[in-house]
Write a protein that binds this ligand. Structure first.
Ligand code: F6P
Length: 323
């Protein structure tokens, strides 16, 4: 058991729905154990500059259902340097922090690992809509982003059906195709393009659309993960090559907002609780993960080194169901 009296919590990188539920769980679990919590505002930037606010159990009332992060967030280049991390540690100690919980993506985890390696106990919680952290099956925010995208694609399906059009929909993902793949399967995409599988325009886009038309399809949904290609140009090319009127929609940051779904609130609550328990038990340099449906903590360096694998069966499923 570690002698922890005060801990800090910060959110870093892109915000994700459910981050507030995690903050709440951390504060309340800590309060129940007699541990004081300081909320660090604006990510590692706030840590370096001592931008902190006292968080008691009542300060986190009514945030569970809110999107975004009440602590705000930032991407901090300075924290990639050793001097930045040392400054963060010095400020954290000045404020009496005995440990820190970081909620964010794998970029934020590197900051957490560096803090731990330089002697400051840190535990990370995966929070990113991209769900692209290899050591965990689930990242806070993924489910809400999926549901937001699903709602939009369903609406696009209505209008593309009415006009017999092809609708190219670009979703977020940051180099990972999880949002695109899950949305395509769940919203009936004819084509799904993800960064993990380089595509051939004729084989993977043009032919499936033309073949689908022969089988009686009257309109198409093409789901594209951001960065794979230019969606606007793709829509124009499809229109030119197939004669099917096409439109492109980029969903963008709307996927990052909104009230978290039950799944995100629940997992965020479990992960926040787990992080504080691990800290009290004296474990640091850890990341809280979901593996085989169980929430636990593992070594952060180990976690960061795990290879990212895309589920081939899911890719197959998306193709088969497009029949
Ligand atoms: O990591 C979350 C994410 O929304 C990615 O899907 C996207 O590539 C990126 O952040 C957008 O970043 P920004 O908010 O800086 O535009």
């Amino acid at each position: 058991m570690a002698n922890i009296k005060t801990i800090g919590v910060l959110t870093s990188g892109g915000d994700a729905p459910g981050m507030n539920a995690a903050i709440r769980a951390i504060v309340r679990t800590a309060s129940a154990e007699g541990i004081r919590v300081l909320g660090v505002r604006k990510g590692y930037n706030g840590l370096m500059h001592g931008d902190m606010v006292e968080l008691g159990a009542r300060n986190v009332s009514d945030i569970l259902q809110k999107g975004g992060t009440v602590l705000q967030t930032a991407r901090c280049l300075e924290f990639k340097e050793k001097e930045g991390v040392q400054r963060g540690i010095d400020v954290a100690r000045k404020f009496g922090l005995d440990g820190l919980v970081v909620i964010g993506g794998d970029g934020s985890f590197r900051g957490g690992r560096d803090l731990s390696n330089m002697g400051f106990p840190t535990i990370c919680i995966p929070g990113t809509i991209d769900n692209d952290i290899s050591c965990t099956e689930y990242c806070i925010g993924f489910d809400t982003a999926l549901n937001t995208a699903q709602e939009s694609v369903d609406k696009l399906r209505d209008t593309s059906g009415s006009h017999e059009r092809c609708s190219v929909v670009e979703v977020m993902g940051h180099g990972a195709g999880y949002i695109a793949l899950y949305v395509s399967i769940s919203c009936g995409g004819e084509v799904c393009l993800i960064p993990e599988k380089p595509f051939d325009y004729e084989k993977d886009v043009l032919n499936p659309i033309l073949d689908g038309k022969k089988r009686g399809k009257q309109h198409d949904i093409v789901v594209v993960s951001e960065g794979v290609c230019n969606s606007l140009e793709l829509a124009q090319k499809i229109e030119k090559d197939t004669g099917i009127e096409s439109r492109a929609t980029i969903l963008g940051h709307v996927q990052r907002g909104g009230s978290p779904t039950l799944r995100d609130r629940l997992v965020a609550s479990q992960m926040g609780y787990e992080a504080v328990k691990a800290m009290i038990a004296g474990r640091s340099n850890r990341v809280v993960v979901m593996q085989n449906g169980i929430i636990k903590d593992i070594d952060i360096t180990e976690g960061l080194n795990m290879p990212k694998v895309v589920d081939e069966e899911m890719i197959q499923l998306a193709k088969i169901l497009a029949l």
